[in-house]
Design a protein around this ligand. Structure first.
Ligand SMILES: [Fe+2]
Length: 380
């Protein structure tokens, strides 16, 4: 093996009911004054706990947060430790708040530069099995006056502890389980096929995409299935570690490019067009796409045929978890082809990491197929 790479992973505490370790973690970090940034759904739960440390709770994070929410928290509370409990958006707010809180600067002033070293302690507890935000150095925000969301990408955004308790995902609504689970699968697949993948990220990604197809179907079919929820929380964590190292690519770029038309949740948006991305990318790495296809239950008569079936396996999974796999089903038409194609190239880094060169004329075809649901079904 002649590969050269760097790899980093945060401290992880994982297990059913492990939220009980939170007090220990705060103590370990010598936290004195904690601000909980939580989803509304868990506010009551957090307030009912009898923590020995001093804490306050903020629960007004919108699903697609504006960056101003960070300033609102920093202005309103005094803290040396931030604990995020929620979905990806809430965790992203917690991450940036932990950086801004130690500086007393406006969050907008942190853009377009290296972030200062984080002074506040940071613990992240996901309540969905999907974004992997608890283990990444990314935080995504809407910025007033900007068409595309801004992604903070900085080591200061790594948590001190990712505390993953799958029990927190048990009450997630069915559509959230579907959307966040598909997001996790896209993270795993895109990291695995990324030009920036490495042997370590591949190990995490492959394990994740082998677990998700069955576990997600089971977790979707019965939200009370504890085993499936644990598997999904675990796989989402692995996928987060993988894409934090290798990045995501055309799947996410395309998901962002059409989202403004239908405003779907992130995972649903990225997932809807993933079958066509897989079909387009397959010939760039037949071996890896064949492994993905097999994990999705598809097998062909040759390596090429198997690899090309990955998109079909993905579409079947979408069908089972109630996510459309045709953009025309969510109000998109042929008239949108040009605009969506152009917008893909706004996600420059995603395009660079894609295993197959992304040329406008090719990707225009991918968009057209996505709109019309034209999954390749030739006579092999
Ligand atoms: Fe994602």
């Amino acid at each position: 093996m002649d590969e050269s790479f760097e790899f980093f992973c945060v401290r992880i505490v994982f297990g059913w009911g492990r939220l009980c370790s939170l007090e220990e973690e705060v103590e370990r970090l010598k936290g004195r004054k904690v601000i909980f940034i939580v989803d509304r759904a868990v506010k009551k739960f957090v307030e009912e706990q009898d923590f020995s440390f001093d804490y306050e709770v903020f629960s007004d994070v919108e699903p697609e947060p504006e960056i101003s929410v960070v300033d609102e928290i920093v202005d309103q509370f005094t803290f040396d430790t931030v604990v995020g409990v929620g979905g990806g958006s809430t965790l992203d707010v917690a991450k940036l708040t932990a950086v801004a809180g130690g500086e007393k600067v406006k969050a907008l002033d942190l853009m377009e530069k290296k972030l200062p070293e984080r002074k506040c302690k940071l613990i992240l507890c996901p309540t969905t099995a999907g974004t992997g935000s608890e283990v990444t150095k990314l935080a995504v925000f809407k910025i007033p006056g900007r068409e595309v969301k801004y992604v903070f990408d900085d080591e200061s955004l790594y948590a001190d502890t990712a505390l993953v308790d799958p029990k927190l995902t048990i009450s997630a609504p069915q559509h959230v389980t579907a959307s966040s689970g598909i997001d996790a699968l896209c993270h795993a697949i895109e990291a695995y096929t990324s030009l920036y993948s490495n042997p370590v990220s591949d190990m995490f990604a492959e394990r994740a995409f082998r677990i998700i197809p069955n576990a997600l179907r089971e977790a979707y079919a019965n939200g009370g299935n504890v085993k499936a929820k644990i598997q999904m929380a675990f796989a989402s964590l692995l996928a987060g570690i993988a894409f934090n190292s290798a990045g995501t690519s055309l799947g996410h770029a395309l998901g962002y490019a059409h989202n403004h038309i239908h405003n779907s949740p992130h995972g649903r948006s990225v997932g809807m067009t993933m079958p066509y991305v897989l079909q387009y990318n397959a010939i760039a790495n037949l071996e890896k796409h064949a492994r993905i296809a097999r994990a999705l239950g598809e097998e062909g008569k040759s390596l090429r045929e198997t690899a090309l079936k990955a998109g079909i396996g993905f579409a079947k999974l979408l069908k089972d978890v109630g996510i459309p796999y045709r953009l025309s089903d969510v109000g998109t038409s042929e008239d949108d082809v040009e605009e969506i194609t152009e917008r893909i190239f706004l996600s420059e880094k995603h395009v660079q990491r894609n295993p197959r060169i992304v040329r406008k004329e090719d990707v225009r075809e991918v968009v057209r197929k996505s709109i019309n649901g034209l999954l390749w079904e030739e006579e092999y």
